[in-house]
Ligand binder design. Structure first.
Ligand code: APR
Length: 201
């Protein structure tokens, strides 16, 4: 298996687990967090509100991950992880971001998920430099896939072409040959790609 790169809306994927780039409150937000909550319906927020608060306003600390049901999404689980806000690279940002990927894969394995899709965690509002984040995503997912059997299908979801290319470059630099990656799907292919991912794995 190879790490897959797919361009589109993560909420459409019928994988076992989709990862949400959340904030520590887990009460929703904009970006992919907002898209996931909109597509999952109000039940997702209710599930998050029932999670224990470790301290006021914090249900999931940065670099950690918690799972909920996916409610109206085609996926089975939502793994809510909180990426680091980028400051200057001197505040453990890379280690915290790596933890988001590794701990999400650990939780997915524990849940019996056979497929998982990640958005570009911290690359939006949290301002993480795209290529540095893509390198971490590639390194962590490849390391996991080389030492674990499940989840067997790992997808890095790009919401724009720049992110798609950054993932391709980072995976290639990390030793995954380019010809193994999915081509950038044309719009018609995107629907097919989504369809091809529709059956739960
Ligand atoms: N599908 C896939 N990727 C998406 C989608 C989507 N529907 N919507 C946005 N993205 C991409 C963005 O383009 C970006 O590359 O997800 C990546 C992460 O961006 P953000 O969603 O802004 O997440 P992040 O940078 O981790 O900031 C998290 O933003 O929405 C709030 O509540 C969230 O406070 C938290 C913060």
């Amino acid at each position: 298996m190879k790490i897959e790169v797919w361009q589109g809306d993560i909420t459409t994927l019928a994988v076992d687990a989709i990862v949400n780039a959340a904030n520590e409150s887990l009460l929703g937000g904009g970006g992919v967090d907002g898209a996931i909550h909109r597509a999952a319906g109000p039940g997702l927020l209710q599930s998050c509100e029932q999670l224990p608060q470790l301290r006021p306003g914090v249900r999931c600390p940065t670099g950690e991950v918690v799972a909920t049901d996916a409610h109206e999404l085609p996926a089975r689980f939502v793994l809510h992880t909180v990426g680091p806000v980028w400051h200057d690279g001197q505040r453990d940002e890379s280690a915290l971001l790596a933890n988001c990927y590794w701990k999400s894969l650990q939780l997915a394995e524990k849940l019996g998920a056979r497929s998982i899709a990640f958005p570009a965690i911290s690359c939006g509002v949290y301002g993480y430099p795209l290529y540095r984040a893509a390198e971490i995503a590639a390194t962590e997912t490849l390391a996991w896939q080389r030492s674990h059997r499940e989840p067997r299908r790992i997808i890095l979801v790009a919401y724009n072409t720049a992110t798609f290319k950054a993932y391709q470059q980072a995976l290639s630099a990390a030793g995954q040959t380019l010809d193994d990656e999915s081509e950038a799907p044309r719009s018609s292919d995107r629907a097919i790609a989504a369809q091809s991912l529709m059956p739960a794995f």
